[in-house]
Design a protein around this ligand. Structure first.
Ligand SMILES: [Zn+2]
Length: 238
């Protein structure tokens, strides 16, 4: 009887830990060490547009052209190894005055990685960002928003912020995301508020809808009286 009870309570404990672990792993507002920011508290109508992954050789120019046409600055969370492969594209992003953030070197799931691996993923990417000529603050964004213990601990120890987002895909339910540009724009408009951080994926082939939505979202958000700023500028509102 006692063994049965022990097995029962062990199972319950495991299930509770698994559920809590999953929440922790994917939470965009909470981590065990340091600071994660999904949105900034402000009364000013300012929001940040963040673009994840890349740079890519196919789409960087097109994305920069759109941002240029609307004269707005975005924050690109770039992947270190892509920065190395596509140095010209990386430099163009910097030259046009956008902010660059660190999105790891190889875009792994950073949950069960060792400290040396995590350190290397982050430091090598910062080096690539500096090599492209970027001089501003470098914030971090976890691939798939996944983190457990070591990643937040290392970020906190090295005074880095983890920047998530308030408007964008949920890493657990990407399948349920709006798949067309109109629905995406509508989704942003319904959720936008002062201090929002918007996330779009525009750098790869599967980002067609996001690339199409990019000018639509910019126009719609500006029409509501919002101004686009970089993540660092948004953080200054705090
Ligand atoms: Zn990513």
């Amino acid at each position: 009887m006692q063994i049965k009870r022990f097995v029962f309570f062990s199972l319950i404990t495991l299930i509770v830990m698994a559920v809590l672990g999953e929440q922790l792993m994917y939470s965009r507002d909470f981590q065990l060490f340091g600071k994660i920011v999904s949105q900034v508290k402000t009364n000013d109508k300012v929001v940040a547009l963040t673009l994840d992954d890349g740079p890519s050789i196919q789409y960087t120019d097109a994305v920069l052209k759109i941002l240029n046409e609307y004269d707005i600055k975005a924050t690109f969370f770039v992947v270190g190894q892509e920065m190395h492969r596509f140095k010209d594209q990386a430099k163009k992003i910097v030259q046009q005055g956008h902010e660059l953030g660190n999105h790891s070197y190889t875009h792994p799931r950073m949950i069960f990685k060792t400290l040396p691996t995590i350190r290397q993923e982050i430091e090598k990417t910062d080096e690539a960002i500096r090599a492209a000529g970027y001089q501003g603050d470098i914030h971090f964004r976890a691939p798939y928003t996944q983190k457990l213990l070591v990643l937040p601990w290392y970020l906190a120890r090295t005074n880095r912020l983890n920047i998530s987002w308030s408007i964008g895909p949920d890493s657990r339910t990407t399948a349920k995301l709006p798949k067309d540009a109109n629905t995406m724009t509508q989704y942003v408009l319904e959720n936008i508020q002062p201090g929002s951080i918007i996330l779009l994926h525009v750098m790869y082939e599967n980002g067609d809808a996001s690339r199409k939505a990019l000018p639509m979202i910019i126009e719609a958000v500006q029409a509501e009286g919002y101004q686009f700023v970089t993540v660092s500028e948004l953080l200054e509102q705090n």
